[in-house]
Design a protein around this ligand. Structure first.
Ligand code: HEM
Length: 414
């Protein structure tokens, strides 16, 4: 593949459906330096694993926000400095020792045991959202279901009142959008204003819990002590609450539930199979994560020169691991572009990464997707796109894969 005949990942058409582009890359240039951005796309499963498994060679401390042509504009820094806290690097975009300290806290929050304990709450939230849609033959599946579900779950866990959730949606988008690398400077400034509003909201909650701890994740973060016995600073707490817990989990899980519904509409056999046998829903969740990986790509930075896929990389070179491409690698997943509910190793995809930075919220996210599709397929069937609405489109992003909307029709099961 030559530079001139390679479509660009930033191309709006490729953004809508990147999978032919990924396939061409895997075949001819699994490590490909994109002329428009200079960073190297990693698209094969084997290379992605090689990069992920060498976290000291390929560092995570790369802020996608700082990669924008104008870096982080002064106006944005001033908004944070004057009205809030400058966000620190998130857990996923930091390296030891900062990463070790924050991960030490985060990785205990969503263990299998803790997720089992909150599963009845997740099920109840899914059911309550569907109760509100009762009697409707058409819904906008993202706003009506896929978006509020993870938001309500994490809000409950953090101890945020349900009545504040509407505001949350706006704040959560404001955190994530600058990471897309596709937001204008004006929008990023607007996002910074919204984020400091959100920080003020959480600072109040932190102050309340410092006086009177409760049984929630904010209180747990306040009382956490690292191996040296140090607690988190307010700047760290703000980053952990708003970025590591809220933003990392909401958009990704919404993306999985939204894309999952679209996949089921496109594949009636898979829908029939999971409807007839709900025990296949966990396998469906893995296939959704594999086929439409909500985190399509993450950056790494070369700590020192290396030779990857026969290419000499220099210190400071940037790699972008395309999880979405690795997860459709034909050498790893036979017939990779279709849902197969009986794959030998259903969870062997890289949608949650692996190793040092493997997603701390994976067990929670998996349960949310499972609870969502259990409830929806038990109560409804005959899903279809509503023809009066334009075909569903994805929000352009280098990181995520979120449907902007999904207008569907459905029928209540008898
Ligand atoms: C379907 C939903 C989700 C997907 C696809 C997803 C995906 C990922 C991926 C790929 C990584 C690894 C990044 C890397 O290697 O650079 C990651 C890390 C992370 N995720 Fe998730 N995630 C999801 C849900 C969640 C949830 C629900 C939470 C928390 C409530 C969460 C919190 C985090 C955090 C804090 C990290 C950083 C871990 C580290 O760097 O050590 N994620 N996630």
């Amino acid at each position: 593949m030559t530079d001139s005949d390679t479509p660009d990942l930033m191309d709006p058409e490729v953004q809508q459906c990147p999978y032919d582009f990924y396939k061409a890359l895997r075949a001819s240039a699994p490590l490909y330096q994109m002329p428009s951005t200079g960073f190297h796309l990693v698209s094969s499963y084997q290379l992605a694993r090689e990069v992920i498994r060498a976290p000291d060679q390929y560092l995570s401390s790369v802020s996608p926000m700082a990669l924008a042509d104008d870096g982080v504009p002064q106006e944005i820094l001033e908004i944070y400095e004057a009205h809030g806290w400058v966000p620190l690097a998130s857990c996923s975009t930091s390296d030891p020792p900062q990463h070790t300290r924050v991960r030490g806290f985060l990785e205990k929050l969503f263990t299998a045991e803790r997720v089992r304990a909150v599963t009845p709450t997740i099920d109840a939230i899914a059911e309550s959202l569907l109760d509100e849609l009762a009697g409707k033959s058409q819904v906008e599946f993202i706003q009506d279901f896929a978006h509020p579900l993870p938001m309500m779950v994490i809000a409950d866990l953090l101890g945020v009142p349900r009545s504040d959730i509407g505001q949350f949606a706006i704040w959560s988008d404001a955190i994530v959008e600058p990471f897309s690398m596709m937001a204008s400077k004006e929008r990023r400034i607007e996002c910074a204003r919204l984020v400091v509003e959100m920080q003020a909201y959480f600072a109040e909650m932190v102050a309340e819990r410092q006086k009177k701890p409760r049984d929630d994740l904010i209180s747990e973060a306040i009382s956490y002590r690292d191996q040296e016995g140090n607690s988190f600073t307010m700047q760290e707490l703000m980053t952990i609450i708003t970025i590591d817990l809220l933003a990392s989990g909401n958009e990704t899980t919404t993306a999985a539930i939204g894309s999952g519904m679209k996949l089921l509409i496109e594949d009636n056999d898979a829908l029939q199979e999971v409807t007839a046998d709900p025990d296949l829903i966990p396998a469906l969740a893995e296939e959704i994560l594999r086929l439409e990986s909500p985190a399509q790509g993450m950056f790494r930075r070369c700590a020192k020169p290396s030779d990857l896929s026969g290419k000499g990389l220099r210190e400071g070179d940037l790699l972008n691991i395309r999880f979405g491409a690795a997860n459709r690698d034909e050498r790893q997943f036979p017939d990779p572009d279709r849902i197969d509910l009986h794959r030998a190793k259903p969870g062997s995809h890289l949608a949650f990464g692996m190793g040092r930075h493997v997603c701390v919220g994976a067990a929670l996210a998996r349960q949310e997707i499972i609870s969502a599709f259990r409830a929806v397929t038990r109560r409804y069937g005959e899903f279809q796109l509503v023809p009066e609405h334009p075909a569903p489109t994805y929000q352009p992003s280098l990181f995520g894969r979120n449907l902007l909307s999904l207008h569907i029709g459905w029928k209540t099961r008898a």
